[in-house]
Ligand binder design. Structure first.
Ligand code: HEM
Length: 253
């Protein structure tokens, strides 16, 4: 079971993340939206959303760099494993608490306000619950990490993650003896990858890829929202009438 969960499941989760995200981005790029709930409980949204996003972004990049940078590079830079462990605990701890407080505000708002609840899907609420559970597990691991301040335990996770990403066999063996709480955190993290393309989390794709798409793939492509009150069909008809009477010089006004 351990071998499946930490040797094979990561590939299933990453494959669904990759293929599902490409498919969602290509097929339904405008389906992640707020359904205009931002007019409701605005203050709670602003504070909760800011805390949550800042915290999660710090954790995301912290995990990315922390887990995937080759250990030899830290050694070459003279950064000891103990120092890196301490940084993970302090920076990750502060960011984790920010994300937890912000996420709890967002969940409270979405769950408790009947009008916002009405515009929320099951997936909108479920993904917030999963992220909060993941934050609680992650913060819980800090108490274990504090007992391994030499950083040795942390290098096991780095080796595991790097073996997975470089398709080497035996990755699961690296973390066979770590605490259950860590295993639960890793499993839930992978599960969040798995469901990512099917939830509101997919909006992260816009943050990373939309600017590139506008710059390189679709020059001149622009989404326009009109603020005019008359419907487009009516305006088109009026334009055509003017053209018919005064000819092309009538212009678009
Ligand atoms: C597959 C994905 C993930 C993996 C492999 C992973 C792995 C880890 C590991 C190994 C640690 C312990 C770091 C250390 O102190 O040595 C950790 C801590 C933590 N994780 Fe994750 N994690 C994942 C996803 C997430 C997600 C999605 C969140 C937040 C929503 C999160 C939040 C945290 C927090 C708050 C901590 C404690 C602070 C820290 O040590 O950085 N993790 N994670």
């Amino acid at each position: 079971m351990h071998d499946f969960l930490f040797g094979i499941y990561p590939y299933i989760a990453l494959a669904v993340l990759l293929i599902g995200s490409v498919a969602r981005y290509e097929r339904d790029p405008f389906t992640w939206k707020t359904s205009s709930s931002q007019l409701l409980r605005r203050r709670q949204l602003m504070i909760g959303s800011t805390l949550f996003h800042v915290g999660v972004l710090v954790i995301f990049f912290g995990h990315l760099v922390g887990l995937l940078t080759p250990i030899a590079l830290f050694d070459a830079l003279g950064i000891s494993h103990g120092a890196k462990q301490l940084l993970a605990v302090i920076a990750g701890g502060v960011a984790g608490i920010m994300a937890l407080v912000g996420g709890a505000m967002l969940l409270h708002r979405r769950w408790m306000d009947p009008r916002i609840r009405k515009t929320s899907s099951f997936a909108d609420i479920a993904i917030l619950v999963l992220l909060l559970a993941q934050l609680i597990l992650g913060l819980g691991t800090i108490f274990i990490s504090l007992q391994h301040l030499d950083g040795h335990e942390m290098t096991k996770f780095m080796t595991w993650a790097q073996m997975i990403f470089t398709f080497r066999s035996g990755a699961a063996d690296q973390i066979a003896d770590v605490a259950l709480l860590f295993k639960m955190h890793l499993f839930l993290g992978l599960t969040i990858f798995l469901v990512f393309p099917f939830t509101r989390l997919a909006h992260v794709l816009s943050g990373f890829f939309a600017p590139l798409r506008y710059l390189f793939l679709r020059p001149g492509y622009q989404l326009v929202r009109s603020r005019r009150r008359r419907p487009l069909d009516e305006r088109r008809a009026a334009f055509d009438r003017r053209q018919a009477v005064a000819g092309p010089k009538a212009g678009g006004k």
